[in-house]
Design a protein around this ligand. Structure first.
Ligand SMILES: Cc1ncc(COP(=O)(O)O)c(C=O)c1O
Length: 370
């Protein structure tokens, strides 16, 4: 079976370095928020071109803590998309805020800036654009809108480590940004991990306190906080993986290019890269004409030992927990059409040309048969 993603292959490729980094932590005897975390925060900040990075326990809490550090309080409204991991919306609710869900641009699957004005009310305080699948959201009009209306922008970069707009990395455009290091991400650890980035020293200080019981540097709790720390083993793993992030993103781009070349003449939509944007292909998502064709292709690939996935089969506003409050079928038409017709092909840096060709041959075979 060709898997849809393969963090194990990534580990095996750098096993000796990872094992050594983990042993160093084990032998060092300091396991939470130590030298490895501090070094990773510095190195990731340098990679991004951000002033500050604060390691936290996962990407969901990274979004929640970033919102809190920007002053978002219970009852405030935060705009995001329905076409995202449920985690984005769960994080907004975790900090007590009310999510407002908007449409996407069906070409890039990211937030449609034109949809912001219709949902905004006097209680709206922030926007969380998601750089989905590794393609940057249309951040410039979003920032312009936010500035005009006095809103904070917190980027969800869980799928966009190394993506960029005019050469400037995602995670450096908003007031703050949240990253996940879940194992399958472009930069993934071997467990849970996350980080918040910001260029603002005040937001940075608030994050330092918020991730650890509201402590200041003397361990006195002066503000509200939780426990959301990045541990030393994960930070050590991330330092090794960060050194090869550019290379593994280049490999993803090569995989994507080969797919696009092989599939270009078929009746399906391929990923687009808008001018000025650097796509890091967390996912390679194709779009079929209708749900039946998508579902049949998925089964056909599975029968040929090729695993695919759907990111995401049900938009957040139609998930049972959210549907009573956030909408009904037909309320976000583009989002719903997209969810019915997309398919994520296998995508990871170690995917070989032979495997890509086998996947493409199978897709060609499918279209010959239908
Ligand atoms: C777009 C998006 N946002 C947020 C998250 C949450 O990250 P985590 O799983 O580390 O909490 C994820 C990860 O699945 C994601 O893909």
């Amino acid at each position: 079976m060709i898997p849809q993603n393969n963090p194990h292959a990534n580990y095996l490729g750098i096993k000796a370095e990872i094992d050594q980094a983990i042993s160093k932590v084990l032998d060092g005897g300091w396991y939470i928020l130590g030298e490895e975390t501090a070094a990773f925060e510095r190195e990731f900040a340098e990679f991004l071109g951000a002033r500050f990075v604060v390691g936290v326990a996962n990407g969901t809490e990274a979004i929640c803590l970033a919102l809190r550090a920007c002053g978002i309080r219970p009852g405030d409204e935060v705009i995001t998309v329905s076409h995202t991991a449920v985690a984005t919306v769960a994080a907004i609710e975790m900090c007590g805020a009310v999510p407002l869900l908007v449409e996407i641009d069906p070409a890039t699957y990211t937030m449609d800036p034109a949809s912001l004005i219709a949902v905004m009310t006097k209680n709206t305080r922030a926007i969380v654009p998601v750089h989905l699948y590794g393609h940057p959201a249309d951040i410039e009009p979003i920032l312009k809108f936010a500035e005009e209306k006095g809103l904070f922008v917190i980027e969800d970069c869980a799928q966009a480590h190394g993506a960029a707009i005019h050469g400037r990395k995602t995670g450096t455009w908003g007031h703050a940004a949240a990253f996940s290091f879940y194992p399958t991400k472009n930069l993934g650890c071997l467990g849970d991990g996350g980080a918040v980035t910001t260029n603002d020293p005040e937001i940075h200080e608030k994050l330092i306190a918020a991730r650890q019981y509201g402590w200041d540097r003397e361990r006195v709790s002066r503000t509200e906080g939780i426990n959301s720390r990045l541990d030393e083993i994960q930070a050590a793993v991330l330092r090794v993986k960060l050194r090869q992030l550019d290379e593994s993103n280049r490999k993803r781009v090569r995989v994507a290019a080969r797919y696009s070349e092989c599939l270009s003449l078929l009746p399906l939509s391929l990923p687009v890269v808008l001018p000025g944007k650097t796509h890091v292909y967390h996912q390679y998502v194709i779009r079929l004409s209708d749900r039946k064709t998508r579902d049949t292709l998925l089964e056909f690939l599975k029968a040929g030992s090729i695993q695919t996935s759907i990111h995401y089969p049900v938009p957040v506003h139609l998930q049972p927990f959210y549907s009573d409050r956030f909408g009904r079928s037909g309320s976000l038409i583009e989002t719903e059409k997209v969810c019915e017709t997309i398919l994520s092909l296998p995508m990871f840096p170690e995917l070989t040309s032979t495997e890509i060709d086998r996947i493409c041959d199978r897709i060609h075979e499918f279209f010959r048969e239908v």
